[in-house]
Design a protein around this ligand. Structure first.
Ligand code: FES
Ligand code: FES
Length: 153
């Protein structure tokens, strides 16, 4: 099966029912997306398919093989971070960090569809991405900051 991940084509020999998260982590060694709940309830495994945030723990790889898959590793590069990544660093959002790649991927996709969100918009969009460290106030501040950066570009 052919998969395009972060701009690179991969040939993977897996069953089509295998969850995308397993393929990314165990077959391709792309470990930014995390395993949290495994039942699409926490958001730790969030990646983009064709720009849309999705939960890779509950997506069969065979159903998404034709899509453009992006993980946190492909969102930006160290020398040219995505605006959301810059805002995350500037706001020192992460605590333990485990949920944060999912949070960033969710935020980046959300801002593509809502470039000038209110607090309520952000809370609604991010509420499904759980953070056991309770970084929600900093997530909200960073999403606002990223929105501003993206509008300035
Ligand atoms: S691990 Fe996928 S939503 Fe929790
Ligand atoms: S930063 Fe620890 S779970 Fe979110």
């Amino acid at each position: 099966m052919q998969l395009t991940v972060n701009g690179t084509e991969h040939d993977v020999d897996v069953e089509p029912e295998m969850p995308l998260l397993w393929v990314l982590r165990d077959e391709l060694n792309i470990t930014g997306p995390k395993y949290g709940c495994g039942i699409a309830q926490c958001g730790a495994c969030t990646v983009h398919i064709d720009g849309m945030a999705v939960r890779s723990c509950q997506l069969a790889v065979g159903d998404v093989a034709g899509g453009v898959i992006t993980t946190i590793e492909g969102l930006g590069q160290p020398e040219s971070l995505h605006a959301v990544q810059e805002a995350w660093i500037e706001n020192q959002v992460a605590q333990c960090g485990y949920c944060q790649s999912g949070q960033i991927m969710q935020a980046a996709s959300f801002l593509d569809f809502n470039p000038a969100p209110t607090d309520d918009d952000i809370d609604a969009a991010m509420s499904g991405n759980l953070c056991r460290c309770g970084t929600y106030p900093r997530i909200r501040a960073a999403v606002h900051a990223a929105a501003k950066k993206m509008q300035e570009v």
